[in-house]
Design a protein around this ligand. Structure first.
Ligand code: X8Z
Ligand code: ZN
Length: 592
């Protein structure tokens, strides 16, 4: 290009779109190398936590952040020129490819990585040692207790006990917020929250409105479910424990975080007469082990036409909780080389919940493999809700009919179990919705400075009460840091993605059922064995992030908008049933 010279001297030549193309190609090659290195280090840290593996993982993350920040600042020279859409898209993806940014100062980058990696290791190593008892309890053990134990005192003890682990994270978290915000600002975002909200192919504040709209669609159904569950808990434990018109104490819902309530199905089920089926029992009865559970998941994807998992998946994954060292047991899916080295990391238990989570993780893995032919910056999902929604979509096809077909159930329960099945499903999918929203409502306000460190815990419980209608069962203070007791906060994984996934998976499911030519109610549809459904799904997965998400959604569903009508259709019969049950009850709760 020509060098323009004026009275004040000669300006740098304006860069061309070709310069941008070359810049991005080199940037992607460099980043890919660093991502692979960081992935290997993080894998070892996650599956074998020690001070050393934590330090090595932090170093590798520092290298990614350092390189990405340098590239992003170089990329600024293309800000003012006209670029083809795909190159402009990659310029933004370059910035948002980091879960967290740090200023261009290597000391701060290292400090940030050490904090985040350290908090994740702390979480993974966390345990609760009850007074006067020999053994300490790790998180998987306490999670199983939440599923089985009904003694409220015992539940209360582990509920508070686990929250002892996150207290030490509070100062680290405050420092993390400071540094990551400074990094986000260097990239031109207002703060880390705005950086996160910039990954949805629309202005961040429009995205916020979208969330409000979707929540508005499903909120009435959540409140009906909440009302019925509270009434049933009142019958079980007494209305003094779960009074009408008040938030539900958080230790009674069968889950450490009260985020899904399936474990209290027996308490809230429609009638004493046990109907439907219990998948956990079926798995146990048949002696299905952890690996075989994964095989069931693989066979489902194979039935849709996806290629079998590579042998390296079986050799390199972690399926069982290690007995002689610590690991981060929170389930996750990895693609170490961004091509075919896909792995799952999960401390599998033989139960129905983990059967679902296996499909969830496999959804990530099949997505990762499907987009591996895209350019490196496009090797991710259309938006992060899509990544979280794929495996769950497949899980929606785990119907009684499917279970009978694969030999996990003897016979299809009679038609009158419809409400039983839907209620169980709602305790998972509907109960989750407000939790899926509030985690980042808290973090966004923390990043923006609206919630200051001296109000971290108070603000957390205000949101828990407002959105979920639950309350802490024992008094909390600002010495506690209860958000840190939820994996995604110390691990710095955005959470709105799960809310989106819970809406999207029903849209995906509805589209796949249509592609498979299956009629009838959505909740009885299984696309198992449908090559048509599989092919339709694959066309969307293969796109990765190469196009704005509405285009990916359109490929699969024919529409360009996220929309809750699919989830509402699915639960329509339950919704009427709940309304009948709730007649005469004072629903809702005081928001404090
Ligand atoms: O974290 C997960 C997955 C890994 S991406 C197991 N989920 C959220 C959670 O457990 O809090 C899946 C649903 C919500
Ligand atoms: Zn996931």
């Amino acid at each position: 290009a020509l060098v323009a010279c004026g009275v004040s001297g000669c300006a740098e030549p304006a860069p061309t779109p070709d310069d941008a193309r070359v810049f991005l190609e080199e940037a992607e090659a460099r980043l890919l190398d660093l991502w692979v290195d960081a992935g290997r280090a993080a894998w070892v840290q996650n599956t074998y936590i020690t001070d050393d593996t934590t330090a090595l993982a932090a170093d590798a993350q520092t290298a990614v952040i350092g390189a990405t920040m340098a590239l992003a600042s170089e990329a600024a020279r293309f800000d003012a020129i006209e670029l083809p859409q795909n190159l402009r898209r990659k310029m933004l993806l370059l910035k948002t490819s980091m879960g967290v940014a740090a200023p261009v100062d290597s000391a701060l980058q290292a400090e940030l990585s050490q904090i985040t990696t350290g908090m994740e290791s702390t979480y993974g190593q966390g345990e609760f040692c009850p007074e006067g008892e020999e053994a300490c309890l790790d998180l998987p053990t306490m999670q199983r207790m939440f599923a089985d134990v009904r003694e409220t005192d015992e539940l209360l003890a582990i509920w508070s006990g686990w929250r002892g682990v996150s207290r030490e994270m509070r100062p680290q978290y405050a420092r993390f917020v400071e540094i990551s915000n400074a990094g986000a600002r260097e990239l031109g975002f207002a703060d880390t929250g705005e950086m996160w909200r910039s990954g949805y192919d629309m202005p961040p504040d429009v995205f916020t409105d979208e969330l409000e709209r979707l929540w508005g669609q499903v909120q009435p159904l959540y409140e009906s479910l909440h009302c019925h569950v509270r009434a049933q808990l009142g019958e079980e434990y007494g209305t003094a424990v779960a009074p009408d018109g008040e938030p539900i104490p958080a230790h009674l819902l069968g889950n450490m975080w009260s985020q899904t309530w399936t474990n209290i199905y027996e308490t809230v089920k429609p009638s004493r007469r046990s109907r439907g089926y219990d998948l956990t029992r079926q798995l146990e009865r048949r002696g299905v082990d952890e690996l075989e559970m994964v095989r069931y998941g693989e066979r489902f994807f194979s039935s849709l036409g996806f290629a079998p998992l590579p042998t390296t998946f079986w050799d390199r994954s972690l399926f069982l909780q290690p007995v002689d060292h610590d690991a981060v047991c929170h389930a996750s899916a990895w693609n170490i080389d961004f091509e075919s080295d896909i792995r799952m990391k999960m401390c599998i238990g033989v139960n129905s919940e983990d059967f679902g989570t296996i499909h969830h993780e496999l959804g990530h893995n099949y997505y990762q493999r499907a987009y591996s032919n895209q350019d490196p910056l496009y090797r991710t999902s259309a938006n992060d809700g899509f990544h979280e929604g794929v495996g769950d979509t497949i899980s929606l096809s785990i119907t009684p009919e499917y279970l009978v077909e694969v030999g996990l159930l003897d016979r299809i329960p009679s038609e009158d179990v419809e409400i039983d099945l839907l209620l169980r499903q709602a305790l998972d999918k509907i109960a989750f919705l407000p939790f899926g929203l509030l985690v980042d409502q808290w973090r966004w306000r923390v990043f923006s400075g609206e919630i200051t460190p001296d109000r971290y815990n108070t603000a957390w419980w205000q949101l828990r009460q407002e959105y979920q209608g639950i309350r802490a069962p024992v008094s909390r203070s600002e010495d506690d840091f209860d958000p840190g007791a939820k994996y995604h906060v110390p691990a710095n994984t955005p959470y709105t993605r799960y809310f989106l996934a819970h809406i999207l998976q029903f849209q995906f499911h509805r589209a796949l059922c249509a592609a498979a030519g299956i009629e009838g109610p959505l909740h009885r549809c299984s696309v198992y064995g449908s090559r048509e459904a599989g092919a339709r799904l694959a066309t969307m997965l293969e796109m990765g992030a190469s196009k704005p998400w509405p285009e990916a959604l359109e490929r699969l569903t024919g529409v360009r908008e996220m929309d809750a009508t699919a989830i509402l259709d699915y639960f329509a019969p339950l919704s009427s049933w709940l309304n009948q049950q709730n007649e005469g009850r004072a629903c809702g709760w005081d928001v404090g």
